[in-house]
Ligand binder design. Structure first.
Ligand SMILES: Cc1cc2nc3c(=O)[nH]c(=O)nc-3n(C[C@H](O)[C@H](O)[C@H](O)COP(=O)(O)OP(=O)(O)OC[C@H]3O[C@@H](n4cnc5c(N)ncnc54)[C@H](O)[C@@H]3O)c2cc1C
Length: 497
C-alpha cells in the first residue's frame, strides 16, 4: 500500500485527498492521510449559518462563490453530491456600484473586465471625466506592443492599463476590480500570471476595445444559438445554497473523515534515504509515507521545503502575500435605508477609504438573509491597507461598520442585528512580476524529486476551481510515478440533505 501524506486541508488539499480516495476506490493500492493545522477543514473557505430570533442567515467568511465558466467545481460538486445545492446570482438585481468622491455610480453597461464595449453608457457616465473617457478611447489607436519572435510578454497591470487606456481607467475601474479579488497592488501584479487574456488580446486585436467587442459578439452569438435554460440560469458566479463551506463538508465526507486529521501542525519534512518521506509534527510525533503533497499557503510551505530543496524554498520565499478580512453585518431592511438592488460597491484606493468593497450578500445570493432582513459583507485590507490589519478584530469590525455607514449612508442610530468577522492573515498570495518564473522553478524541481508535489492557490490561479485542479494535478503526478492512472469517469457518491 502506497501512502500519500497531504499537508493542508484547504480546497487544494481536500481535492488531492479526494483524488487519492477515488484512485483507491478504482482499485489502486493507495491511501492518504491529510494533516491540517487548524481545528477545522476548508482553509480560506469558512462560514456559518446563524439561526436566532431574527431567522436564518448564511455567512461566508472567505470566498462566497466560484467562477461558473471553470468546470472543476461543478465536477467536484457532482462527485460529492452537492450539485443540486449550486445557486446562481439573482440577475434581476445585478448592478455593480463604484464609489467616486463619496457618491455611488453604477458601472456603465457594456464594460467588460477593464474596457468599454458600448459607446453611449460609457460616454454618459459620471464615473469618468471627459479627458479620462477620451484617453480610454485612444486604446483604439495606440499601436500594440512590439514583441520579438518568441519573446515572453509580461508587464504589470498598472503599466498595461495606463499604457493602453490611461490612469483614470486604472484608478476608477481596474484597480478596484482586481484589488479585492487578487489583493495585489496593480504596479506589482504580473499580467501574464493573472490576466494573460489581456496580453493575448492586444497582440491579436491590436487593442482592448476591439478584443472585448469581439468577445461580446461571440457571447451574444452563443446566447442566440444556445439560449440559456430559464430553469437553470448560468450566471458569472455560482455559490452553494448553504454557503461555500457546504462543499468542504461534502468533500470531507466523500474523502473519508477518518483520514483527515485536524489540529495537526506540520513542522518539518524529510526525504529518507530509501525515497520514502517523514513528516514531523509540532507535538514531536512523525508520520511516514511514500509521497508528500504540500497544499499549504506558499509562505507556510517555504520553511517545510527548506530542508528538502533550497531552490523550491527560495522560489516560495519570493511569493508575497497580503492580509485581509471580511466583516458581515445584518440589518433590518426597513431601517437600513439602502436601495438593495445591487450586488455591491467597489471602493477604489484613490478614494482613500479603508474598505476594498462591499457585497450586498442577501441581494446577490437570495436566501443569505431571511425576509425583511439584509446582509452586507465588507472587505478590508489589501496591499494599500496592510497597516490597519494590525488592529484587533473588534477594532476592524468597528472600522468596517463606520466605513459602511459612510459609503452606503446607513444612519448612525441604525444598529446591526449582529456581525461576524473573519481575518485572513497573509491569506492572499500576490502574483507579482516574475511569478511564473518562480512557479516554473517549483514545478521543475518537483518534477525531479519523486514523491513530492506542491498545490494550492499560490501558484497557478487563486480561484477555487484552479485550486481544485492544482490539488488533483499534484496527486496525478505522484500516482503516475507509481504507474497509476485514474480514469475520470468515477461514479459520483450519492448524498442526501
Ligand atoms: C477573503 C477571501 C475571499 C476570497 N474570495 C474568493 C471567491 O469568491 N472565489 C474564489 O474562487 N476564490 C476566492 N478567494 C481565493 C480562494 O479562497 C483561495 O485561493 C483558496 O481557498 C485557497 O485554497 P488552498 O487550498 O490553496 O489554501 P488554503 O485554503 O489557504 O489552505 C491551506 C491550509 O494549509 C494549512 N496549513 C498551513 N501550514 C500548515 C502546516 N504547517 N501544517 C498543517 N497545515 C498547515 C492552513 O491551516 C490551511 O487550512 C478568496 C480568498 C480570500 C482570502
Amino acid at each position: 500500500m502506497k501512502r500519500v501524506i497531504i499537508v493542508g486541508g484547504g480546497i487544494a488539499g481536500l481535492s488531492a485527498a479526494l483524488k487519492v480516495r477515488r484512485a483507491a476506490r478504482a482499485g489502486a493500492n493507495v491511501d492518504f492521510v491529510l494533516l491540517e493545522r487548524d481545528g477545522r477543514l476548508g482553509g480560506k473557505i469558512a462560514g456559518e449559518v446563524v439561526t436566532g430570533e431574527y431567522g436564518t442567515f448564511v455567512i461566508d467568511g472567505g470566498p462566497d462563490s466560484f467562477l461558473t465558466a471553470k468546470p472543476a467545481m461543478h465536477r467536484i460538486a457532482e462527485l460529492v453530491g452537492v450539485a443540486e445545492r449550486k445557486m446562481p446570482t439573482d440577475e434581476s438585481r445585478k448592478k455593480t456600484l463604484i464609489l467616486k468622491d463619496g457618491r455611488l455610480y453604477p458601472m456603465p453597461d457594456g464594460v467588460m473586465q477593464f474596457a468599454p464595449t458600448k459607446f453611449l453608457p460609457f460616454a454618459t457616465t459620471g464615473l469618468f471625466s471627459w479627458p479620462g473617457k477620451l484617453r480610454a478611447g485612444m486604446d483604439l489607436f495606440i499601436p500594440k506592443k512590439k514583441l520579438a519572435p518568441g519573446e515572453f510578454n509580461d508587464e504589470s497591470l498598472e503599466h498595461f492599463i495606463v499604457r493602453r487606456m490611461g490612469r483614470e481607467i486604472l484608478n476608477r475601474l481596474a484597480e478596484p476590480l482586481v484589488g479585492g479579488v487578487h489583493g495585489s497592488a496593480p504596479d506589482q501584479m504580473s499580467l501574464a500570471a493573472t490576466f494573460p487574456n489581456l496580453l493575448e488580446m492586444e497582440q491579436r486585436y491590436g487593442c482592448m476595445i476591439k478584443g472585448f467587442l469581439a468577445q461580446r459578439k461571440m457571447a451574444e452569438e452563443m446566447r442566440r444559438t444556445h439560449p440559456p435554460d430559464p430553469a437553470r440560469p448560468r450566471t458569472f458566479f455560482t455559490a452553494f445554497t448553504g454557503g461555500m463551506h457546504e462543499v468542504v463538508e461534502a468533500m470531507a465526507d466523500s474523502a473519508g473523515r477518518e483520514s483527515l486529521r485536524t489540529g495537526t501542525d506540520v513542522s518539518g519534512i524529510e526525504r529518507m534515504q530509501d525515497g520514502t518521506w517523514s513528516v514531523f509534527l509540532r507535538d514531536g510525533s512523525r508520520v511516514a509515507g511514500d509521497a508528500v503533497v504540500i497544499a499549504t499557503e506558499s509562505w507556510a510551505a517555504e520553511p517545510l521545503m527548506r530542508e528538502v530543496d533550497t531552490d523550491i524554498a527560495d522560489a516560495l520565499a519570493g511569493i508575497p502575500a497580503s492580509s485581509s478580512a471580511t466583516a458581515s453585518f445584518a440589518f433590518d431592511e426597513s431601517e437600513v435605508g439602502v436601495d438593495m438592488n445591487a450586488f455591491g460597491v467597489l471602493c477604489p484606493a484613490v478614494e482613500h477609504g479603508r474598505l476594498l468593497a462591499v457585497t450586498y450578500s442577501s441581494t446577490k445570493w437570495p436566501g443569505r438573509a431571511p425576509a425583511g432582513k439584509v446582509l452586507f459583507r465588507a472587505f478590508l485590507g489589501g496591499p494599500n491597507n496592510q497597516a490597519i490589519m494590525e488592529s484587533s478584530d473588534e477594532e476592524l469590525t468597528a472600522i468596517a461598520l463606520t466605513e459602511l455607514r459612510t459609503v452606503l449612508g446607513i444612519p448612525e442610530h441604525v444598529q446591526p442585528l449582529f456581525s461576524r468577522f473573519y481575518r485572513w492573515t497573509l491569506g492572499m498570495p500576490q502574483y507579482s512580476l516574475g511569478h511564473l518564473d518562480r512557479v516554473a522553478v517549483v514545478e521543475q524541481r518537483c518534477a525531479e524529486i519523486p514523491g513530492l508535489a506542491l498545490a494550492g492557490g499560490a501558484y497557478r490561479g487563486v480561484g477555487l476551481p484552479n485550486c481544485i485542479v492544482s490539488g488533483e494535478n499534484a496527486v496525478t503526478k505522484v500516482l503516475a510515478e507509481w504507474g497509476i492512472e485514474l480514469e475520470e469517469d468515477e461514479t459520483p457518491t450519492p448524498r442526501t440533505h
